[in-house]
Design a protein around this ligand. Structure first.
Ligand SMILES: [Zn+2]
Length: 174
């Protein structure tokens, strides 16, 4: 189920409000978290230096658990701790095998307007061929507010989040 991630904006720091999508997901440590994109609300909240503004998930305060700018992915937790500690794996938790999306694989994308299907037509580096392959390119584009939407494989695992309108999505794992 998509949820709304919001940065309220900050007049003092001259930062406009931002909105993106997020989804409940398991952080690689096993902690329950919300996965979204790094750019937009998370990046904007980081740039507010006066602390007057806040991040929220569906209206509830949220804070950043981990961010990976190179994959344009961020995990949030509910709560207002300014620096949420990185959780240690839960007892008995076995990290899931990392699922790397492959070219030709069918995926579904949970957009605010509903779930759509797409095909992976490329596994790419962020900006250059030499970059680590941490993004997928889908055979469809997205709207601006779709950033952060979850991309699910056929097993229902969240493998990536929407990065831009051109159909690029950053890997959630590795
Ligand atoms: Zn500020």
């Amino acid at each position: 189920m998509p949820m709304k991630i919001q940065f309220s904006g900050c007049v003092k720091c001259r930062l406009p409000a931002h909105v993106a999508q997020g989804s409940k997901s398991e952080h690689p440590s096993g902690a329950l978290a919300i996965v979204t994109c790094f750019h937009g609300p998370v990046h904007a909240a980081k740039r507010c230096i006066c602390g007057a503004s806040s991040l929220s998930a569906d209206g509830e305060p949220a804070s950043v658990l981990e961010e990976v700018e190179s994959r344009d992915v961020a995990w949030l937790v509910r709560g207002t701790e300014p620096a949420a500690p990185r959780p240690t794996p839960m007892p008995g938790h076995r990290p899931r095998a990392l699922t790397r999306p492959l070219v030709g694989e069918r995926v579904s994308v949970e957009l605010p307007s509903g779930t759509v299907t797409a095909t992976i037509i490329g596994v790419t580096g962020r900006d250059h061929d030499a970059d680590p392959q941490q993004e997928i390119l889908l055979d469809r584009g997205f709207a601006c507010g779709d950033s952060g939407s979850a991309v699910l494989n056929v097993d229902g695992e969240i493998v990536a989040v929407v990065r831009n309108t051109g159909g690029r999505c950053g890997f959630v794992n590795g």
